[in-house]
Write a protein that binds this ligand. Structure first.
Ligand code: 13P
Length: 285
């Protein structure tokens, strides 16, 4: 069933687990993700980032996400990931997404506050929840480039700024930078859990970890047990599917498109299941 982002995150926040937010770029991705969530009785977030629109147009994907969410027998939220402008957030809201992320992390603090607060005001009127970002999550591209695993403390989320940002914008969830990067890591990153603890203690709302792919199990556990309630995963799903499709084509002389679609559904399902178990959101609904 389609459930609000706010509700899903509040349940995770109070229950000390994290909900996986999976960037799904095809019908097969969506089918696999929902199958995993239903199998493990876990809430889940389906999300699509603006940079992914060229390969997964939002107006085509929105009905797929919404219908899959409505039919699922676990709670599902449908979320715009990394909206880069007010216009994109409004477009997603009009298409039925029940939450949006506005990414103003590259803006100066005051401008990030101003634009985020404006989007919160508009989204609230439509009954839609909002995630924002403060501090810079390094970007190697979802599924694309490679991160070194080296964290730059200068771009970490500042504790006092996080409190001011939350109070002035009224967001439902905040994405923070603690050494996490989008994309593939060459070396496993070491997240700054102390900074996470300080941000979580200073604020009273669900925090979000972007760049989930490639994070160590130890860091995932520390994040979940210290205030992270949503973890974004994109690259890991793409890698799981690519590996499975390569293997299928190499090993199966009669390889065909219809069977390959099932391979994609199953590879997605397995990867999402692994993440759900790591995030401890299984058995929660
Ligand atoms: P990864 O591609 O590193 O998993 O990051 C996903 C993400 O944070 C989407 O917003």
């Amino acid at each position: 069933m389609l459930v609000s982002f706010h509700q899903i995150l509040q349940d995770a926040y109070k229950g000390h687990y994290a909900v996986g937010a999976f960037n799904c770029l095809s019908v097969e991705h969506v089918m696999g993700a929902i199958k995993a969530a239903e199998t493990l009785r876990s809430p889940i977030i389906l999300q699509l980032a603006e940079v992914q629109f060229p390969c997964a147009p939002i107006d085509l994907m929105a009905p797929v996400y919404l219908e899959a969410a409505a039919k699922a027998d676990v709670p599902v939220a449908v979320h715009l990931d990394h909206g880069q402008s007010l216009e994109t957030c409004v477009k997603a809201i009009k298409l039925g997404f029940n939450s949006v992320m506005f990414d103003g992390a590259n803006l100066p603090f005051e401008e990030n506050v101003r634009q985020t607060a404006e989007i919160v005001r508009i989204a609230r009127a439509a009954g839609v929840d909002v995630e924002a970002e403060l501090g810079k999550v390094g970007d190697t591209g979802f599924g694309g480039g490679e991160g070194t695993g080296e964290a730059d403390p200068d771009v970490f989320t500042d504790v006092e700024e996080s409190a001011e940002f939350i109070a002035r914008t009224g967001v439902d969830a905040l994405a923070i930078a603690i050494g996490n990067l989008h994309g593939r890591y060459v070396a496993t990153p070491k997240l700054n859990i102390d900074r996470l603890k300080e941000i979580a203690q200073r604020n009273n709302l669900p925090l979000v970890l972007h760049g989930g792919s490639g994070t160590s199990e130890e860091d995932f556990k520390s994040c979940i047990h210290n205030g992270i309630s949503k973890i974004n995963v994109a690259t890991a799903l793409q890698m799981a599917v690519t590996d499975a499709v390569k293997k299928y084509i190499e090993e199966c002389p009669g390889a065909n498109y219809i069977d390959m679609k099932s391979v994609i559904v199953e590879a997605t399902c397995e990867s999402v299941k692994q993440h759900i178990l790591l995030f401890e959101s299984d058995g929660k609904c």
